[in-house]
Design a protein around this ligand. Structure first.
Ligand code: SF4
Length: 479
């Protein structure tokens, strides 16, 4: 089991979720940017699945992920063996810090001064960019959205579309200020300008770092899904390629990838297939003209093996990072991704982050949900997100007697005063005489009833105690 390290956004106090949510709700620009983007994504997803037997496909996706997870230790060993046979060097990292050190050591061994990065949420989890910069190695994001948030010194607000919180005008101003691009609302122009600046960096980068969507154990193949071609350049132009991935991304065979890919692209962006689908199976071979001389894979645990030990929480690891749960979440679409203060925002973040940062840090995350169930309904691999949220809520207070608490920091929300009130409440209800006495006294002194009950009454009215108890009224009626 691994102990994990820094995973919340640097300099952001995860516990300050409520003030940030309050500010976001009252920020019309954030609400407009997210509403517009999420409405578009939801419509595209619906259209992309038209004519498909979606439930059967979701069942298939869920079963593939369940099968892979049920056999995870063996699959990881098989993956390591195949990758090694293919000439890819495999590294294991127990947490984000170790993963960062591995990447740095590879860079140092190659005397690398600059790294170009493809999109990778695991590298966000590791805070790799800051780490490399602190060690004198330049790390530049090449995915357009990631490039924008890096220019703004921000973190991604969505796992698929990192800069979704910004509109074109804001991006134009940012690029003008940071890179001297002309102010323009022409998306083509802004994209071309970013492309030009990145192209030079690609040519000069010593190392390329990418994520992995699926790691195929049977063949030792790393699959990478992307739209911009930056993933292909990151993994082929620099002389050294380092892929970082969570240990749960392994699947048994290439056949499994096709079903998961169909679900991933449609659920994420409403595309039937992305523009690029990369399959990396080895470094450049002798007779080949391009590709990296060295390929490394860093398999990152970072709390995943701890999730793996619990039969219920294990479902969290099915995730294929499509972002559909976020796009359909009524909380996420109103407060935006930065409000969560965590690497993974929205519903997936609410069930994943407590394992990575502990429930003491992330105690508010499982409660930032209306439990409407939309996330569970759209999840392509049928993760029962609402059930997991309820489980984590229980653990954040006291752990569940049926499932001895396993999440780090469990019980952080437990308040002795509240626990005593509930204990008294249970005791009163277990004894009819005391119950009648208690409700009778409460009805008599109802004028003293407080009109506030903490945050619960910020948007609700306290129900007034009735002047007479039900028993008294029945008695008066002679019943
Ligand atoms: S939890 Fe499901 S819907 Fe959300 S990102 Fe993961 S796979 Fe997609």
């Amino acid at each position: 089991m691994s102990e994990t390290t820094a995973h919340a956004h640097p300099h952001v106090d995860v516990k300050e979720f409520h003030p940030r949510a309050h500010a976001a709700i009252h920020n019309p620009k954030i609400r407009q940017n997210f509403r517009k983007a999420m409405d578009g994504l939801m419509a595209k997803r619906t259209a992309a699945f038209e004519g498909w037997d979606l439930e059967t496909l979701r069942d298939l996706g869920a079963n593939i992920r369940l099968k892979a997870l049920s056999n995870l230790p063996d699959l990881l060993e098989q993956l390591e063996q195949k990758l090694t046979e293919n000439g890819i060097k495999v590294h294991w990292a127990v947490d984000g810090d170790e993963a960062c050190r591995i990447v740095r050591d590879i860079c140092v061994a190659r005397d690398a001064k600059s790294v170009i990065k493809g999109k990778s949420m695991v590298s966000e989890e590791m805070e790799l960019n800051h780490y490399l910069q602190d060690h004198g190695i330049e790390a530049l994001e090449s995915d357009l959205g990631e490039y924008i948030v890096q220019l703004a010194d921000e973190t991604p607000s969505h796992i698929i579309m990192p800069a979704i919180h910004k509109n074109t005008g804001e991006i134009s101003e940012l690029m003008h200020e940071k890179t001297g691009t002309d102010l323009s609302n022409d998306v083509e122009y802004l994209t071309a300008s970013a492309r030009q600046q990145l192209r030079e960096k690609f040519m000069n980068a010593d190392v390329g770092v990418s994520g992995v969507n699926f790691a195929v154990a049977e063949t030792g193949t790393l699959c990478l899904v992307e739209n911009e071609g930056n993933g292909r350049m990151t993994t082929t132009v620099p002389k050294c390629h380092i892929a970082v991935t969570g240990i749960e991304k392994v699947v048994p065979s290439l056949e499994d990838v096709s079903a998961l890919l169909a679900l991933l692209t449609r659920s994420a962006t409403g595309q039937h297939i992305t523009t690029y689908f990369n399959m990396i199976s080895s470094p450049r071979k002798g007779e080949e003209l391009d590709g990296p001389e060295e390929v490394h894979v860093v398999l990152v645990d970072n709390g995943r093996s701890s999730i793996y030990q619990d039969d219920e929480l294990l479902d969290t690891l099915r995730c294929i990072r499509c972002g559909a749960c976020m796009n359909h979440c009524p909380v996420y679409t109103r407060v935006g991704g930065h409000t969560y203060g965590t690497t993974y925002p929205g519903p997936i973040g609410k069930i994943l982050m407590p394992h990575l940062i502990g429930l003491d840090e992330g105690r508010h995350l499982p409660t930032a949900s209306s439990l409407c169930g939309a996330c569970g309904e759209v999840c392509p691999v049928k993760i029962p997100i609402p059930d997991l949220l309820v489980r984590l809520r229980q653990e954040s207070v006291d752990g569940d007697r049926l499932h001895p608490a396993k999440v780090r920091g469990h019980g952080a929300k437990r308040s002795t005063g509240e626990a005593m009130i509930w204990k008294g409440w249970a005791w009163m209800h277990a004894s009819p005489g005391i119950y009648r006495l208690g409700t009778g006294v409460a009805a008599k002194f109802r004028a003293l009833q407080p009109s506030k009950a903490g945050a619960w009454t910020d948007f609700r009215t306290v129900p007034k105690l009735a002047p007479k108890t039900l028993h008294q009224r029945m008695k008066e009626r002679g019943q």
